[in-house]
Ligand binder design. Sequence first.
Ligand SMILES: [Zn+2]
Length: 255
Amino acid sequence: MRPATIVATVAGVTSDIQPEPDPVVIDHEHEDLTGGWLRPSVFGAMDGLVSNAALVAGVAGGTRHIEDTTAVILAGIAGLAAGAFSMAVGEYVSVASESESAQREVDKERAEILAHPEEERAELVEILVDKGLAQSTAEDVARQVHQDVETAVTVHAQIEFGVDPDGLASPKVAAVSSFLAFTAGASVPVVPYLFGAETLTISIVVTLMVLFALGAVVTRVTSRPWWYGGGRQVLLGCIAFAATYGIGMLVGASV
Ligand SMILES: [Zn+2]
């Protein structure tokens, strides 16, 4: 059943709403089409939601006997800032080192192609024949590819180690995306407090709703149904919030 049909059924609407057949989409591009911002954004936002709501829950649990939400708000904002910077640094380092090692392989390949063009051309013929091309076709292809060094580098890099030299992810884009996304996610549990909510419940409910939505969105790039992705996020979030609330309560009672 498609989401639209489920919603219609749940809402008690008679299901004469026929879901339209999915259009046939020929998906040639399997690589990340987004220049590397989608993954850090989605995971940054989920990370911000879970870690900051857990932090808020912990402080709320520890200060529940004090009729004052100042500590909760302060912790929430500090947690947002700390997490956003930490995420940005982590993403930057991880993507930069990944891109640098890919770049080093590409440079090695270029040096090989410049130093031994004939051997590299022969190597490409061999690979193409292995992949099922006829010998003469493979030789034609390799000859054409090797007319230009950069074309040869691109083809060798993709065929030999699956790297697109022009499509390396940018560490800056990843860092900025995850910073912004974490900030957005982490502000969700804090905002209700800023607007005068005095209980943790509102903050957690709003957080769980956004978590569900993000979990459902992620299933667009996985093979799981949307409700599974959303439900799993909510469940994991609940465990994290309950655990930190409990820890906050214990610590709050003993200090
Ligand atoms: Zn090669």
